[in-house]
Design a protein around this ligand. Sequence first.
Ligand SMILES: [Fe+2]
Length: 390
Amino acid sequence: MFETSWPHKIVCGENAIRYLEGYSAKRAAIVISGSFRKNNAEVWATLDGIMKKNGTAFREIEGPGREPTLTYCKEAAKDMIDFQPDLILAVGGGSTLDAAKVMEIYYEHPDITDEQIKARFALPKIRAKARHIAVPTTSGTGSEVSPFNVVYMDSGNAAMPQVKVGIADYQTIPDVVLLDPSFTFSAPPAVTASTGMDAFVHAIESYTSAKPANFFTDLHALEAMKLTLKWLPVTYKEPRNAEARSNMQIAATMAGLSIASRGTGLAHGVGQQLGPLFGVPHGLSVSIVLEAVMRFNAPLALKRYAEVARYVGLGGDSDEKSLENLMTKIIALSEELKFPKKLGDLDIDKNFYLSKMSVLVQNALENGGTKFNPRVPNAAEVEGIFMSLV
Ligand SMILES: [Fe+2]
C-alpha cells in the first residue's frame, strides 16, 4: 500500500493566472516577494485587475526575501489576523511560498507554541479560515506541492547561529497551484539555473531514496529529469520562452511531488549546510556536491542511476557506462549554466570553511535527506563530500 497527497488542482500553461477570474473570495492576503512585485509591473497589473474585477479586497504581505525565520512568519501572520482573509495567495519563490504556508498556521492558531508547530505531521486542523493558492515565480523548490516547509530558528550555538527547521504537515499543501510561465520570465539566469538544478537534484535524490518507491514517484522523478535536461538550458538562455518556462514549471512540480513522498538525499544533507554559514543559494549548494554524492552512492544505487540514464536517452551498454554517460551530461549542464565548482569560485575562505567542518558534518549527519540516502554515510564520508569542494 502507498499513498500520495496532492493539491486539489494544478493549472498549467500560459494565462493560468486567469483561473482566478471569478474566484470567489471576500478578502485575499497576497504574500508576495517584494523584488518580484517591483520587477513585474505587467504581471502585477493583471493580478490586481483580476482581484478588483472579482470584488476581492486584498492586502499585500511582503515575502521574506530569503529563507524565512519562524519569528518572521509569526510577525507577518499578525497582518493576516488583522485582515481576516478568506484567501491566501502566495506569489513568489520557494521561500515566499513556504513562509505563506507557515503564516497560515499562525493565522489559524495564533497561540500555537514552537513545540506544537515543529511537531511533524501533527498540526491542529488548518484551512478553516482561508483557501490557499500558490503561484510560483521560480521553478525548482517544489514548495507549491510540498508538505515540508523550511524555516530557520536561532540555534543558541555560536558556531552555526541559525538552524533549519522543517515544518511538516500534509494540510499545508496549497489547494490550488497556478503554473503560469509569465510569472517566471523575470527570474535572472543565475536564479533560473540554481532553482532548475534544485528540481533535478530533487528528482534524482527521490528516485534513489531509501524510502519505498511507487509508480507515481518514479514516473514523476524520471519525467522531471528528462524535462530539466532538455529545457533548463533553454530557460537559462531564453528567459521569456514560454514553452521552456512552462516545461520547467511542470518538471519542478513533478520533482516536488516525488520528494513529497520519498524525500531527498545526501546532496541535500550536505548542500543545505552551505546556505546558513556561507550564503550559497539552495539549488546551487545541492548541485555542486551532486557529483561527489553520486560517486559515493554508486555502489548501492548503480541500477537506479542507469535507469535514469536510459530514460533520459543517454543509453549505455552496461550500468557502469550508463552512469558515466549520466555524470558526463550533468557535468556538461553545470558548465553550461556556469556553476562554480570549488570554494574559491564561491568566494568562501578555505580556512573559515575548514574551521566549521565539525559542525557542518554533524548537521549533515542529522539531516533528514542524509538519513534516507541510498548509502548512509559515516562522519568521515560526509567530510569527504564537503572536502570535494576544497
Ligand atoms: Fe532542494
